[in-house]
Design a protein. Structure first.
Length: 248
C-alpha cells in the first residue's frame, strides 16, 4: 500500500532524510515517533509531495514515483499522486472565513469539482462522524481547538484519500481536549483506514498502531509492533528516547 524505499531529502547543506525505507499495509495504522528534528514532518511532507524528495521511490496505492535528482516531476503527475493522501496538520489550518461545513466542502468543490449539494451532504455526514453535527455552521473562532482539529480530520477525509497523514495532530491542544481527537483517530484506525500518524502520544500508539516506527537523525532506527518497540527493544537509541518521553 505504502512503500518508501531509500528516500533522501536535503535542505541546502542539511541532510534531513538519509535513506528512509518503510512499508505500511493497506488498512493499517503506522505511528512514527522520534525526537524533534529527526525528519518526521519532512517524511510526511515528502509522502504527499509538499516537499519533493531528492532521491528514492515512493509507492502509494497503484502509483509509484521513482525520483532521481535529474527528474522534474510533471504537475499533473504530482496532483494525481497527492490526491491519494489527506493531511491533518498540527495547527489545523482551517480557513477562518469559512464555517465548519464550508471548510469540509472547499476541497471537494475546488479540487474534486463535486456538485455543491453532494459536497455539502458529504461534509455534513463527516462532521457528524467526528461528533460535530451541532457545530456545522460555526466559524473556527467559535470552536475549541479539539473541535477545530476534528473539522480538520473531516476535511481530510472528504477527499476520499487512500491514506490519512497526521502530523502531531494533538500537540497544539490543551490537555483536556487531546482525548476527543485521539478517540476519533482510534475509531478511524478500527474502521480500517490506512493512516500514518506522527505523535508523541505513546498510549495512543500502544493502542492504535499496528506498527511503530522510531526515527532519529533522518533514518528509521527501529520498527515493529508496539510490543516490539515499547516493551522488547534492546536498541540503546530507542531506549533513550522512550525514557525521555516517559519522564514528561
Ligand atoms: P521533526 O518533524 O521530526 O521535528 P522536521 O522534518 O520538521 O523534523 O525537520 C528536520 C530538520 O529539517 C530540522 O533541522 C529542520 O530545521 C529542517 N527543516 C525542515 N524543513 C525545512 C525547510 N523547509 N528548510 C530548511 N530546513 C528545514
Ligand atoms: Mg514535526
Amino acid at each position: 500500500m505504502i512503500i518508501i524505499d531509500n528516500l533522501y531529502k536535503r535542505f541546502d547543506s542539511l541532510e534531513v532524510l538519509k535513506g528512509v525505507s518503510l512499508s505500511i499495509e493497506k488498512g493499517k495504522t503506522a505511528v512514527i515517533i522520534g525526537p524533534s528534528g529527526s525528519g518526521k514532518t519532512t517524511l510526511l511532507r515528502c509522502l504527499n509531495l509538499l516537499e519533493i524528495p531528492d532521491q528514492g521511490t515512493i509507492t502509494l496505492g497503484n502509483k509509484t514515483l521513482d525520483i532521481t535528482s535529474r527528474i522534474r516531476l510533471k504537475q499533473a503527475e504530482m496532483v494525481s499522486f497527492r490526491k491519494q493522501t489527506g493531511m491533518v496538520f498540527q495547527s489545523y489550518n482551517l480557513f477562518p472565513h469559512l464555517t465548519a461545513v464550508e471548510n469540509v466542502m472547499e476541497g471537494q468543490l475546488s479540487v474534486l469539482k463535486r456538485a455543491k449539494d453532494d459536497a455539502r451532504k458529504k461534509a455534513l455526514f463527516l462532521l457528524e462522524k467526528v461528533g460535530l453535527h451541532d457545530r456545522t455552521d460555526m466559524y473556527p473562532f467559535q470552536l475549541s481547538g479539539g473541535q477545530q482539529q476534528r473539522v480538520g480530520i473531516a476535511r481530510a477525509m472528504a477527499m476520499d484519500p487512500e491514506v490519512l497523514l497526521f502530523d502531531e495532530p494533538t500537540s497544539a491542544l490543551d490537555p483536556e481536549l487531546v482525548g476527543e481527537v485521539l478517540q476519533v483517530m482510534k475509531d478511524l484506525a478500527n474502521e480500517g483506514r490506512t493512516m500514518v500518524v506522527v505523535t508523541h502520544e505513546m498510549k495512543f500508539a500502544g493502542e492504535a498502531a499496528d506498527q511503530v516506527i522510531f526515527m532519529d537523525g533522518g533514518v528509521v532506527v527501529e520498527k515493529g509492533t508496539p510490543e516490539d518497540v515499547f516493551n522488547a527493544t534492546k536498541n540503546p537509541r530507542t531506549l533513550q528516547f522512550l525514557n525521555k518521553v516517559s519522564d514528561r
